[in-house]
Design a binder for this molecule. Structure first.
Ligand code: ZN
Length: 321
């Protein structure tokens, strides 16, 4: 039968229509995951048979669980949620400037909010950067604090969260940006010298230029060309500024404050990964940014238990994932 070439989606509207067709989902995913032909994810054999009726493949090599689907071995493994919904949610997460909350996904694709929350976190896992080369050239480093809006908190919650020293409920994050390159973030337990400098030494090539504000924790970065911009005096002096990172922080906070409302510190790194993904791929079109994300779903797994630390024995409490 002659194959009809369908134009790949460039907008959310087109993506919804395109991925509503299971054949399109299959074509799209197979082309990216197995460009040289479908391969058994369990044994690597190409001796596989497609079972059209069941929309799955059967591996002819002898081993347990010979059948597999597009979801096998990906973030979608064991999920009963359809590929149309997965891919639509993924499109929105990588392309909406401020992210998309589980409530929006819940309403947009018709799954429970809890399922949407779990699905969103698995998409964030796909967006995580793999091992990256150390950053080099011109580097901006800056720290920020996330969360803990004590003023807007209920009295009882405020009493529980604030323990005298103040600011304890805020989570410190270090950002490192290579100009013209990528931003890397790290949730840190504090902003003391030892903590921040350890991260910088791990992630930045010796000899690089590092621009920071006047925080004492950055003093003594002698193996770098360290330049300080004292924000009490000015924000830019020639090349010395941290404006690239300020831009990232403001995008991040717009998402965290506007879209997600409250994020537990425990899960914060996942939202940082999501924001960093959009930032680091900001030069691409929506279509390309989605394509790159789809190529990252393989060999990644996040179970409900890993995410929450809870078993799913109580079926009433479990989402319908
Ligand atoms: Zn096999």
């Amino acid at each position: 039968m002659e194959k009809v070439t369908v134009k790949q989606p460039t907008t959310l509207q087109e993506a919804i229509v395109y991925f509503n067709n299971p054949v399109n989902c299959r074509d799209y995913l197979v082309a990216r995951r197995w460009p040289n032909g479908v391969t058994c994810p369990r044994c690597g054999s190409t001796n596989v048979l497609f079972l059209e009726k069941y929309n799955r493949w059967h591996c002819r090599d002898k081993h347990d669980a010979p059948q597999f689907t597009l979801k096998t071995g990906t973030i979608m493994e064991d999920s009963p949620i359809g590929l149309d919904k997965w891919l639509t949610a993924m499109w929105q997460m990588v392309n909406c400037k401020n992210g998309i909350s589980s409530y929006e996904v819940h309403r947009a694709i018709g799954i429970t909010q809890k399922s949407a929350w779990f699905l969103d976190h698995r998409i964030r896992l796909a967006l995580t950067m793999g091992t990256i080369n150390k950053l080099s050239g011109q580097i901006e480093a800056d720290e920020t604090f996330i969360g803990g809006k004590a003023r807007n908190m209920h009295k009882a919650k405020r009493a529980e969260k604030i323990t005298g020293t103040g600011g304890k409920d805020k989570t410190a994050v270090l950002g490192i940006l290579e100009r013209g390159g990528k931003v890397v973030t790290k949730v840190v337990s504090n902003t003391r010298k030892r903590t921040l400098q350890k991260e910088l030494r791990e992630k930045v090539v010796v000899g690089s230029a590092i621009f920071t504000d006047a925080l004492k924790s950055y003093e003594g970065l002698t193996e770098f060309q360290h330049e300080v911009i004292d924000h009490a005096i000015s924000y830019v002096e020639g090349e010395c500024h941290t404006n690239g990172l300020e831009n990232f922080w403001s995008l991040l906070k717009r998402g965290l404050n506007g879209t997600y409302v409250s994020v537990e510190p425990f899960h914060l790194f996942r939202y940082l990964d999501e924001a960093a993904y959009r930032f680091n791929n900001r030069e691409f079109t929506d279509c390309e940014r989605f394509d790159i994300a789809v190529r990252q779903i393989v060999d990644k797994r996040l179970t409900w238990k890993q995410l929450t630390g809870k078993e799913t024995d109580d079926s009433r409490a479990s989402p319908d994932f």
